[in-house]
Design a protein around this ligand. Structure first.
Ligand code: ADP
Ligand code: MG
Length: 234
């Protein structure tokens, strides 16, 4: 209960985030702009040129990462509210993550519910962003390979999606910090991914249950009311 409260407090901050994220993207752009100007005006030796080029690429990659993790919230309203088929979305997630998983020596296992009409109300594209951010983190937690399991099932009147990895795992303290803007343990992390995911899932009246053991792995359980058109996501 306590944690739920803290989470919803965090969510209130999301509205103020756009300005801060814009600033985060503007910084690398300004840096790159400066270097391009340098290229034009100075006769640089080859080594310096290479060095500046490396910085430019790094800065552009950084901007791209921030946009990738944040994209959904930046999408203009009005949101589309529709029935989303959970089996389709989890299969879609597996397809999207395939290349990234292969590259990291990770096998993706998909186990879908036999009920192929598991519907949840929300905005399909935002929901995809929510799943992708959680799935990406799972892959990134499995340095040196592993198995990413994606599952759908039903529990009473709820639809459950499980995203499980056998990666680094998290301590209780680390789990508590999930969803906090800019919290990241990665060298090149944005700390925006889980914040964006949690905010989208909350809007869909979803619950997030996280189980994790250090050195063993993590599972995210996303629990949604089935066909909840009575309380559509805002
Ligand atoms: P980023 O991925 O850019 O670091 P996120 O908001 O997506 O930012 O994640 C925040 C932090 O949460 C990560 O840096 C990582 O420490 C932790 N985390 C999230 N998912 C997992 C996971 N499946 N296993 C281990 N740690 C995780
Ligand atoms: Mg992330």
């Amino acid at each position: 209960m306590q944690e739920e409260y803290i989470r919803s407090e965090k969510m209130k901050m999301v509205g103020d985030m756009a300005a801060s994220v814009a600033h985060e993207i503007r910084n690398p752009l300004t840096t790159v702009r400066g270097f391009i100007q340098l290229f034009g005006t100075e006769s640089l030796d080859k080594e310096k040129k290479e060095y500046y080029k490396t910085i430019c690429f790094e800065e552009l990659d950084r901007a791209e990462l921030i946009i990738t993790d944040y994209l959904a919230l930046a999408k203009p309203d009005p949101e589309v509210i529709e029935n989303i088929n959970m089996n389709d979305e989890v299969q879609y997630l597996a397809n999207v993550l395939m290349t990234y998983a292969n590259y990291n020596n990770i096998e993706i296992k998909v186990v879908l519910s036999k009920d192929s009409s598991l519907m949840v109300v929300g905005d399909r594209y935002k929901f995809r962003q929510a799943l992708i951010n959680i799935g990406k983190n799972a892959i990134e937690a499995m340095q040196g390979g592993g198995i990413l399991e994606l599952m759908t099932s039903t529990m009473n009147e709820d639809v459950v999606i499980v995203i499980r990895d056998n990666g680094s795992g998290m301590t209780t303290e680390q789990i508590k910090r999930l969803g906090t803007p800019y919290y990241s343990t990665k060298e090149k992390g944005t700390g925006l991914g889980t914040m964006v995911s949690f905010s989208i899932i909350k809007k869909m009246h979803g619950k997030i249950d996280i189980k994790s053991d250090v050195g063993v792995g993590t599972s995210f359980h996303l629990i949604f009311p089935k066909n909840d058109f009575k309380h559509p996501a805002k």
